[in-house]
Write a protein that binds this ligand. Structure first.
Ligand code: AHR
Length: 499
């Protein structure tokens, strides 16, 4: 039996819905044949795939990051605006592909509007300059009367795009990145770029490049230098992680949440440290703007083709349970993580795949939808008492990974429970210390399938949410979670005195 105690006063603050964001890069078939496919009968007059838009709407993504990724570090945004027949074809060295530039900044903004998401643009600080980054802010956000703003108007977009979120480059600590430099050099250029960009439009927010991952030698030290240099001009620091299961050790892999919590602890500590050193009251948050499972399809070789098949990872059930744990970790640290971007959204390491005019929902689509549709209000900090299990090299870890949200307005408590155990179903009791839990509104479950089960073109629904088992009794909530599995239960609560 696992017992979870929550108290409304013991919370991490409101959950920022932008943790349910996504990431779209010019890579493989993500843009072309993914979101933009003018030849498809599924596309609207703009060439946007309506079936892809509809599937993404189910994920309720409030924000999408674009255009890279590694791609952005040698991208000239000016290639992607203006009359389509005058846009240059270019070699993209990040993915050894041909970029036709038929989809660029204006199309992306238009596509975001169609989706109902906020655009988050990354600027090129690899081969690009702070000056060209500021010019993109001018192009997007200024009314008219200056060269780049007038150019946007001439390109058919009278109203400014009003882009609020700006990433200052991508993974600049990675030797694989075009224009990769040591931390102090990146920090200086990011600081200049942020200053120019914010002078252009003081209402924007900037995201400094954090380290590309915990496995990097530069991890945290890079971030410290960047934060110390850019503190006054940045609002977020980015974190990235791609989970792997090369060893095919499900017990170990299913405890990925432990690692994600650790990364968030590391960033919380670092931000506090720099804030303390600066004697500052300012708040800087984490933008976890690339996360997913990714280890099977690693080839970067696009053979200089247009829209080559790259990074077309096929996901299984254990991957879906790992994705669930990212979202639970972000909810638990609602005070720290304000933006999260699932990398990526279609065809390339993605929850959605297209083949011709057809579309498939991969396993990782489902946990995302269950979280995005049910997390609301504040994040309650769960105290979990229960059995542990041996997670390979990670040692003993709790069997149940839990997160909870409370929407006081609607009186709804949502609990997100991942049972990591391969053998033992989890019987979970949720106690709300300052209230009673009444009827169960819904309980959806992913489980009772093989950890390696995949959704394929021939078997599209091998993994999909089903009715879960939950009941409210004696003022508490009882949920049975399969081994392994995910349950998302929503119940009515009546708040009152501590019990
Ligand atoms: O998402 C795929 C790649 O992973 C991105 O281009 C890069 O930022 C990261 O290394």
């Amino acid at each position: 039996m696992t017992t979870i105690h929550v108290h409304t006063k013991h919370n991490a603050g409101p959950v920022d819905r932008r943790i349910f964001g996504g990431f779209l890069e010019h890579l493989g078939r993500a843009v072309y044949e993914g979101v933009y496919d003018p030849g498809s009968r599924r596309s609207d007059p703009n060439g946007f795939r309506t079936d892809v838009l509809e599937a993404l709407r189910g994920m309720r993504m409030p924000v999408v990051r674009y255009p890279g990724g590694n791609f952005v570090s040698a991208y000239d945004w000016r290639d992607g605006v203006g009359p389509r027949d005058q846009r240059p074809r270019r070699r993209d060295f990040a993915w050894r592909s041909i970029e036709t530039n038929q989809f660029g900044t204006d199309e992306f903004i238009q596509w975001c509007r169609a989706l109902g998401a906020e655009p988050m643009l990354a600027v090129n600080l690899g081969t690009g300059t702070p000056d060209s980054a500021a010019a993109l802010v001018e192009y997007c956000n200024l009314g008219s009367g200056t060269a780049w703003a007038d150019q946007r108007v001439a390109n058919g977009h009278k109203e400014p795009h009003g882009v609020k979120l700006w990433c200052l480059g991508n993974e600049m600590d990675g030797p694989w990145q075009a224009g990769h430099v040591p931390a102090d050099i990146y920090a200086r250029s990011a600081n200049v770029a942020a200053a120019l960009m914010k002078k252009m439009d003081p209402s924007i927010q900037t995201v400094a490049c954090g380290s590309s991952g915990r496995w990097m030698g530069t991890y945290l030290e890079w971030d410290r230098v960047v934060l110390e240099t850019c503190w006054d001009r940045v609002d977020y620091i980015s974190a990235h992680r791609y989970s792997t299961n090369h060893e095919n050790d499900a017990a170990h892999f299913l405890a990925e949440g432990v690692e994600i919590d650790r990364i968030l602890d590391d960033y919380a500590g670092l931000i506090s440290y720099v804030r303390g050193r600066r004697r500052s009251d300012k708040k800087v948050y984490v933008s976890f703007d690339e996360w997913n499972v990714w280890y099977r399809q690693r080839s970067e070789e696009g053979r200089w083709e247009e829209a080559p098949h790259l990074l077309e990872e096929v996901y299984n059930f254990e991957d879906a349970l790992v994705c669930a744990q990212y979202l639970s970790a972000f909810i638990r640290r609602a005070d720290l993580v304000k933006i999260g971007c699932l990398a990526q959204i279609v065809n390339v390491i993605a929850p959605i795949a297209t083949r011709g005019d057809d579309l498939l929902l991969q396993t990782i689509y489902h946990p995302f939808v269950l979280y995005a549709q049910n997390a609301a209000g504040i994040s309650l900090r769960p105290v979990v008492e229960g059995p542990t299990y041996r997670a390979g090299r990670r040692g003993e870890v709790p069997r149940v990974d839990a997160a909870a949200t409370l929407d006081a307005e609607s009186g709804r408590l949502a609990v997100f429970l991942v049972n990591r155990s391969l053998e033992s179903p989890a019987s979970v009791e949720v106690h709300l210390a300052d209230g009673t839990i009444g009827g169960v509104r819904s309980c959806r479950m992913l489980g009772e399938v093989d950890v390696k089960a995949e959704n394929t073109w021939d078997s599209r629904e091998a993994v999909k949410p089903r009715e879960g088992r939950a009941e409210a009794k004696n003022g508490m909530l009882r949920v049975d979670v399969p081994a392994p599995g995910l349950c998302v239960a929503v119940a009515d609560v009546a708040l009152g005195a501590d019990t």
